[in-house]
Design a protein around this ligand. Structure first.
Ligand code: TYM
Length: 334
């Protein structure tokens, strides 16, 4: 708890271009949470270097992501928005937690399996211990809740296991976090292969909608989106393409799948795909405009970055010092 509020933590990687999946599954749902929770949202640049990055590009992307957090509606006075690399406690706690995590547990992580298949020439130890760093992110702020998309649930489960293991040895040090799934958009799928999640790193440019795509590009991608063979707009297992489009349309408009089925009764896939595209354009436009404005205001952003990193550091250090003491590190002279 901070004051009378529960704590919330989440983060995003500044790797690749953010997709509609990142927005509908995470960012969009974050905006309304700051009244109820004390919120920390990190740009997790330490995680990003588990895959080789161009330094200048990574720096630029990290700044763009932080700007996008604000453009999406996260008020930096009410939400702590900061770079993970600016708070050294993340890496320090991760080291300690590494010593409380088993190889076998990490071996089971599906993201590790996927990423090591994708980057077979660079299966580094960081990629393997990635979930431990993620656990450190969350536990450092004593987070009660962690809003994520479904693909991150396994990492949250291991975070809970690590925290419980640590607490069993040293007493109640860490709050045990709960996942928080948004009501809509928790798993947005590829527009080309609807059995795969929409991903930043998809090589097929038509598979993902990027948050900075212009309206023509968005509409083109939806026109080309893979549909099914039933010919009607119905939410069901047998129509994964249409189901995904219904999920997207629902997340953008707030309509339920039953309402959507009714709206498109008797209409073909073509009309529906146009409507989905338009609903996406309608939510991306204000986001892009606000982003362009903010990007120009260098001084404002620099101020936010500094202030929020200091705030994050304050809370991170509180937990870190407690943990260091528990495991037996010598006290510091004051
Ligand atoms: P990342 O950067 O891959 O994704 C950021 C958030 O977007 C969600 N997401 C999706 N949601 C719905 N449909 C999709 N197709 C989709 N793709 C991505 C993700 O679930 C995530 O919520 N390891 C994390 C970042 C991280 C983190 C943390 C998250 C590091 N430390 C601590 C929470 C707490 C990651 O790579 O997310």
């Amino acid at each position: 708890m901070i004051g009378d509020k529960k704590v919330l933590f989440s983060g995003m990687q500044a790797t690749g271009n953010l997709t509609l999946g990142n927005y509908l599954g995470a960012l969009k749902n974050w905006v309304s949470l700051c009244d109820e929770y004390e919120c920390f949202y990190s740009v997790v640049d330490l995680h990003s270097i588990t895959v080789r990055q161009d330094p200048a590009e990574l720096r630029q992307r990290a700044r763009k992501l932080l700007t996008l957090y604000i453009a999406a509606g996260l008020d930096p006075k009410k939400n702590c928005l900061y770079y993970q690399s600016h708070v050294s406690g993340h890496a320090e706690l991760a080291w300690i937690l590494n010593c409380f995590t088993y190889m076998g547990e990490l071996n089971r992580m599906t993201q590790f399996k996927d990423k090591s298949a994708k980057h077979a020439d660079n299966i580094n130890a960081g990629l393997f211990t990635y979930p431990v760093l993620m656990a450190a992110d969350i536990l450092l702020y004593q987070a009660d809740v962690v809003p994520v998309g479904k693909d991150q649930l396994q990492h949250l489960e291991i975070t809970r296991d690590i925290a419980q293991r640590f607490n069993a040895i040293y007493g109640d040090v860490f709050t045990i976090p709960e996942p928080y799934l948004g009501k809509t958009g928790a798993k947005i799928m590829s527009l080309q292969e609807p059995d795969k999640k929409m991903s930043k790193s998809d090589e097929n440019a038509n598979a993902s909608v990027y948050l900075m795509d212009d309206p023509d590009t968005v509409m083109r991608k939806f026109k080309r989106a893979v549909t099914d063979s039933e010919g009607c707009v119905r939410y069901c297992e047998e129509q994964p393409g249409i189901r995904n489009l219904i999920d997207i349309y629902g997340a953008c408009t707030g309509k339920t799948s039953a309402e959507i089925e009714k709206e498109f009764e008797g209409k073909g896939y073509g009309d529906f795909k146009m409507a989905v595209g338009e609903s996406v354009v309608a939510i991306l436009k204000p986001l892009q405009e606000r982003f362009a404005e903010l990007e120009k205001d260098k001084g404002y952003l620099d101020g936010i970055i500094k202030e929020n990193a200091e705030k994050a550091e304050y809370y991170a250090l509180k937990t870190l010092r407690k943990v260091q003491k528990k495991v037996g590190f010598p006290e510091r002279a004051r």
